[in-house]
Write a protein that binds this ligand. Structure first.
Ligand SMILES: Cc1cc2nc3c(=O)[nH]c(=O)nc-3n(C[C@H](O)[C@H](O)[C@H](O)COP(=O)(O)OP(=O)(O)OC[C@H]3O[C@@H](n4cnc5c(N)ncnc54)[C@H](O)[C@@H]3O)c2cc1C
Length: 141
């Protein structure tokens, strides 16, 4: 678990001979970086999955406002800074549902890579399966 506030006091990491199991962070506690991240990605990818194929100018403008607010409002300082730099070199593409879903997937993959996690397949079929339709096996109802 990682502290959320960027100004939180830091303790030098120690390396015990036998690593202790990571205790589960209680569900009722305020979100840490991981939990906030999972919830935020869920919101963003799901919102992109239901964005119109042909958004109106107002829908595009509202989506741009939502995304551009994140680097100033997201309550994890270093996450927000990285996202701001990413958005400066890769401006949001809100021209369609497919374009937005891919753009978001690529930004998420940038974070995944930085954290040493696997990249996600940014094809629309994979994204829709994860965030809109569920797999064909019916396991999601
Ligand atoms: C804008 C933003 C910036 C962040 N920056 C940082 C940071 O700088 N440092 C840090 O430590 N943490 C950061 N985080 C949090 C981090 O990305 C993870 O959310 C957190 O580490 C929890 O990871 P997780 O493995 O549970 O899955 P998450 O990365 O939260 O992913 C949730 C689910 O999304 C799916 N998924 C994975 N990758 C993709 C993709 N590319 N496209 C679509 N779906 C995908 C998978 O099914 C996965 O289970 C950030 C979060 C956000 C929203």
């Amino acid at each position: 678990m990682a502290a959320l506030a960027s100004g939180a006091p830091r303790v030098a990491p120690t390396t015990p001979a036998t690593p202790a199991p990571t205790p589960e962070y209680p569900e009722h506690c305020p979100p840490d970086v991981e939990r906030l991240g999972r919830s935020t990605w869920t919101f963003l990818h799901t919102t992109a999955a239901y964005f119109p194929d042909r958004p109106s100018p107002t829908q595009r403008a509202n989506m741009l406002m939502l995304l551009r607010a994140l680097p100033t409002l997201y309550p994890c300082g270093h996450c927000a800074d990285h996202l701001g730099s990413e958005m400066a070199t890769h401006p949001p593409d809100v021209s369609s549902r497919a374009a937005l879903s891919r753009w978001l997937c690529e930004r998420h993959n940038e974070v995944n890579e930085r954290l040493g996690k696997e990249r996600f397949d940014c094809g629309l079929r994979s994204l829709d399966e994860r965030w809109k339709d569920g797999p064909n096996d019916g396991s999601c109802g």
